[in-house]
Design a protein around this ligand. Structure first.
Ligand SMILES: [Zn+2]
Length: 139
């Protein structure tokens, strides 16, 4: 069976409902958390749809953007309720241009039923890949 056959369409949104999005993803694959400075504080859990498989369906005008310095990577959040729903950017080790979705914002998905793996984003240690327990936040 090809991997693509497990792609399913998911919808999601922020807390107040101003921002809505949809994405095709395979959530039988692990989702991930990261120890970088913003992921540590915000605490979202990410899945990575193909950029072409992600769409904002409502409320683009309500989105704010946060990025650290000149990073190509940014997080989009609802300016009303503050929830970080998704992000985008460019990380070579993730295959270049990427989108990520905070799976905790999805409709009809129980995050506790998904397998979670961890990135060491704090140290730009993408080449190490993911592992089953969190990486330290201090080096
Ligand atoms: Zn909102």
């Amino acid at each position: 069976m090809s991997k693509d056959s497990k792609l399913k369409q998911y919808t999601g949104g922020c807390l107040c409902g101003a921002v809505r999005f949809e994405a095709e993803m395979d959530l039988s694959e692990p989702v991930s958390r990261c120890n970088c400075s913003i992921c540590t504080k915000v605490g979202g859990t990410q899945a990575y749809p193909k950029p072409s498989a992600f769409r904002v369906t409502a409320g683009a005008e309500h989105l704010g953007e946060f990025r650290k310095g000149s990073s190509p990577n940014f997080r989009s959040f609802c300016k009303h309720c503050g929830i970080h729903c998704f992000s985008a950017g460019f990380v070579e080790e993730l295959g270049g241009e990427f989108r990520s979705v905070n799976i905790q914002c999805l409709d009809d998905v129980d995050p506790g039923e998904l397998k979670v793996v961890y990135w060491d984003g704090r140290h730009d240690n993408w080449e190490a890949g993911t592992r089953d327990r969190p990486w330290p936040i201090r080096s």
